[in-house]
Design a binder for this molecule. Structure first.
Ligand code: SF4
Length: 274
């Protein structure tokens, strides 16, 4: 045991989510044992953290359209608020060569954020065969940027932008994989024309899982350097569009009121009882 006890949980089985699992996997996300696709793809395991107590308080989507506060993910994130686990011990029990999607819900800050971040580092150091990735809205915090950039090569944290005009600022802080959100007509994914336009206008890769029948396990672009664009999606996407528009209307100077480090963690603990 590593001794990292944090709030949340890791899944016992692989993710069955069609956007995450390999297209070659079974419906339960398991690697097929028989047939033409036997042995192809990788199983993806996931962790969940509670929204709010593990999130940066300046996230534009917190309580305002966050996809993890709607639908099935909301059930998991609420459960995550009632459980604790040791991410290193959990990762050590995963099958050889698995993929890990860290914190499908929640983020990497909060009262136990430092412990969670240390655990991700330790898990991937101990298990070089595991490949992991995650996203953070706390990218503007220098402490988070430093942690993400010091991780081993088999795990990548993506800086998640509320406003595409922040991309250069994120790059200047050393972030190499950056995600931005784009509004699309159906609020689910990209048409071919929308994808082409995003590519031409921003150079970003429109998330393939939002375009074609393919999951993260097959794509893994979020584990490499680059700019990725997601269509605003999920049951809360109408609210999210409004929140993002409001955020984008703020001058950068107004956004920099975000608390950092222990100041932020104390605020979250007081406000959300983490
Ligand atoms: S870009 Fe690829 S790895 Fe990233 S979320 Fe989309 S499908 Fe998954």
């Amino acid at each position: 045991m590593s001794g990292h006890k944090v709030r949340g949980f890791g899944t016992k089985g692989p993710s069955a989510n069609i956007k995450i699992r390999s297209k070659h996997a079974t419906k339960k996300g398991k690697i097929r044992k028989h047939g033409p696709n036997a042995g192809k793809g990788q199983a993806v395991y996931a962790t969940y953290r509670a929204v709010r107590s593990s999130c940066p308080i300046d996230c534009a989507l917190l309580d305002a359209g966050c996809y993890a506060q709607e639908g099935n993910v909301n059930i998991h994130q609420r459960r995550a608020g009632t459980e604790t686990f040791d991410p290193v011990a959990w990762a050590e029990g995963l099958p050889l060569g698995s993929l890990i999607r860290w914190n499908v819900s929640g983020d990497v800050v909060g009262a136990d954020g430092a412990d969670y971040r240390d655990a991700i580092h330790e898990a991937h150091t101990k298990r070089p065969d595991l490949k992991g990735w995650s996203y953070t809205h706390a990218w503007a915090d220098p402490e988070i940027a430093q942690w993400a950039q010091g991780l081993p090569d088999n795990v990548r944290i993506v800086a998640s932008m509320d406003d595409p005009t922040d991309v250069d600022r994120a790059r200047s802080m050393g972030w190499k994989t950056i995600a931005q959100v784009t509004e699309t007509a159906d609020g689910k994914g990209f048409t071919d024309d929308e994808a082409r336009k995003v590519r031409a206008d921003t150079g970003a890769l429109p998330c393939p899982a939002q375009r074609v029948d393919l999951g993260c396990a097959d794509c893994q672009a979020c584990g490499r350097d680059g700019l990725i664009s997601f269509a605003v999606h999920g049951p809360g996407q109408k609210k999210a569009r409004v929140s993002l528009a409001a955020r984008r209307s703020l001058a950068v100077v107004d956004r920099d009121v975000a608390l950092t480090g222990s100041e932020r963690d104390r605020y979250i603990a007081e406000r959300f009882g983490a």
